[in-house]
Design a protein around this ligand. Structure first.
Ligand SMILES: [Zn+2]
Length: 255
């Protein structure tokens, strides 16, 4: 992970070293005493070899969060699962009494806020600027889940049935990540071809989920004598947690 380092003077900071693979962009102080301090953030896109403005903030630290920022969906789901943890795909916004209200949304939630304008997240950032999490009311809440990683649980399994159950859960992670990715992509680019991809990924995820459900039911029946057990919410959340990690590492890997 690249680190922030000071540039030639104290009003500019770079994320990583310019000209290297890890370089991410910079923040620069554009105003100071007697005016309120103001920092602009610019992000470097290695693929396009361009640097774009992505936001501003009253402090250097806040402006730095905008560079290579992680924008997660801001929908509150419920007490048990907290805020939606999936990557934002679009921003929906509305002018309200001279103020721009906005919300970052994943593919699944891209339809909420009826009547608001829809922008692709990249476009919105370049036009209005965007800092991660500033619009979430209160703090982003993702209740803790007291379960070890699936791979670890599989290694510690005491029986074949239990181990197979964990393996089936593990095999559901990637299909869910692909499905979520395409859901976001379809929300950004609502075209027939993307809808077809989204549908086929949805099917793959449903099949993986059914398989996990089946293996869980077998495990509960064989080991605990419980009939027709259904996958508990905690295990679904565990798959979700690993899916979010998977999506994050894939993004860092440059894909
Ligand atoms: Zn969402």
């Amino acid at each position: 992970m690249p680190e922030w380092q000071q540039g030639g003077y104290d009003g500019v900071f770079y994320l990583g070293k310019e000209g290297t693979e890890e370089y991410g962009g910079y923040v620069v102080k554009v105003d100071s005493e007697p005016n309120p301090e103001k920092w602009f953030a610019y992000e470097y896109n290695a693929e396009k070899r361009t640097t774009v403005w992505v936001g501003w903030a009253p402090t250097r630290e806040a402006a730095q969060t905008a560079v290579k920022g992680e924008f997660l969906c801001e929908v509150w789901r419920n007490k048990e699962t907290g805020h939606c943890p999936f990557p934002g795909a679009v921003v929906r916004s509305k002018d309200y009494r001279g103020e721009l209200l906005r919300m970052v949304l994943c593919g699944e939630h891209s339809g909420v806020m009826d009547g608001w304008q829809t922008h692709r997240i990249e476009e919105f950032r370049a036009r209005f600027g965007l800092l991660p999490d500033v619009a979430v009311y209160g703090e982003r809440a993702v209740p803790a889940l007291d379960l070890p990683p699936i791979r670890e649980a599989a290694l510690k399994a005491e029986t074949i049935m239990e181990r197979n159950m964990w393996i089936a859960l593990n095999r559901a992670v990637r299909p869910l990540a692909e499905f979520r990715y395409w859901w976001g992509h379809f929300a950004k680019y609502p075209m027939e071809v993307n809808m077809m991809e989204w549908r086929s990924r949805r099917l793959a995820w449903q099949q993986a989920q059914e398989h996990a459900q089946g293996m869980y039911a077998v495990y509960r029946r064989e080991e605990h004598g419980e009939e027709n057990a259904s996958l508990p919410n905690d295990l679904l959340r565990l798959i979700e947690r690993e899916t979010v990690d998977y999506l994050r590492t894939r993004k860092e890997g440059g894909k």
